[in-house]
Design a protein around this ligand. Structure first.
Ligand code: FAQ
Length: 312
């Protein structure tokens, strides 16, 4: 049963109105947004680590510049999203504390290692590809600041996806047999983790029903996963690579591919903190936070000085 206030709120959502920061909203709506936007922001920041790892080892100066720009974009996305979350009454410091203490999640995908240069191609192609598939519909999400942040983020993500695919085109279409084998190996390792990015299957998705009613989410996890597979298979074919799934088959009737589900036990282990790189990722983030303390303090002292000058 909804209260009259909640009903009026739902009516606004149903009419397609955007909800803005200072307006009334149900506590659950606020909490769900803080959870999702916060998790999204953390993913952008933690997501810098697997790629940042390869900046010093990019094969050419041009590739290095491109990768550097991409990793900087992720930092920008993180900051945008923390700001969007702050409009809901939570501070960036609180969110970061929740991440570092393991109370808030970030995308499962960033708990897998990037072992070689082909992985950087696979991350751009698959991980950014999955991110875009999820984020394009979020441009229409009901919360104004989140939907507006998504517009610019999606533009940048599509550049990221292309740079990844471009790395793989070079390796697969112009490279040596060894380079093509590296690309295949990267696809083998990143395929199922990329499918996991969309979240558990619909029957296990605890938040989808309510989040879709509030238009925080626009599609179910399985809908987006299906679209991602349908988009990605022809791209793999163009590269001459094989998706590591013996059950992958075009299904004329549904107009999409049938495919194997990822190993959900592995997924739940990774989001519980037990993936291959969870500990390493959190260690790197906590260290960066602690090493940056002097700089934050300096900024604060400077701001206070300026403030005092203005007041005098
Ligand atoms: N990883 O009930 P649902 C990027 C959790 S893109 C970890 O279905 P929901 C760009 C979920 O939080 C990646 N946890 O949940 C980039 C919940 O646990 P909780 C970030 C996951 O929220 C590219 C539980 O499972 N994108 O960073 C995952 O309705 C390259 C039950 O699940 C976003 O965050 C997962 N994959 O649907 C950066 C997009 N899936 O919170 C660098 C916005 C589920 O109750 C390099 N988020 N969980 O403890 C969303 O669209 C949604 O939150 C979903 C999950 C679809 C991820």
């Amino acid at each position: 049963e909804m209260t009259p206030e909640e009903q009026a709120f739902q009516d606004r959502i149903d009419r397609g109105e955007k909800i803005e920061p200072k307006e009334w909203m149900p506590e659950g709506y606020r909490k769900t947004l803080i959870r999702q936007i916060g998790q999204h922001a953390h993913s952008e920041i933690v997501g810098q680590l697997p790629e940042g790892n390869w900046i010093t080892r990019a094969p050419t100066l041009e590739r290095k510049q491109i990768l550097l720009a991409k990793v900087q974009d992720e930092a920008g996305h993180g900051l945008y999203l923390y700001s969007a979350a702050e409009t809901l009454g939570v501070s960036r410091d609180e969110l970061i504390e929740l991440l570092h203490s393991g109370k808030m999640k970030y995308s499962s995908i960033f708990n897998y290692p990037t072992l070689n240069w082909a992985d950087i191609g696979a991350v751009g192609w698959l991980v950014d590809g999955a991110a875009i598939m999820n984020q394009v519909p979020l441009q229409r999400t009901s919360y104004g600041p989140y939907s507006r942040a998504m517009i610019r983020i999606c533009k940048e993500e599509s550049f990221h996806q292309r740079q990844g695919y471009d790395i793989l085109m070079k390796m697969c279409l112009q490279g040596t047999p060894e380079q093509k084998a590296m690309a295949q190996d990267a696809l083998n390792r990143f395929w199922y983790p990329s499918l996991m990015m969309f979240g558990p299957s619909d029957k296990d998705s605890v938040h989808s029903a309510q989040s879709m009613q509030w238009k925080i989410k626009i599609n179910t996890n399985d809908e987006l996963r299906q679209k991602f597979v349908d988009q990605t298979v022809p791209q793999a074919e163009y590269l001459g690579l094989t998706i590591p799934d013996p059950n992958l088959k075009w299904n004329e009737e549904k107009g999409g591919y049938d495919f194997s589900e990822p190993d959900w036990t592995e997924f739940f282990e990774v989001i519980a903190g037990n993936g291959p790189c969870n500990a390493e990722r959190m260690e790197a983030r906590v260290m960066a936070w602690e090493d940056g303390a002097w700089f934050r303090e300096g900024l604060l002292a400077h701001a206070q000085k300026e403030e005092a000058l203005r007041a005098s």
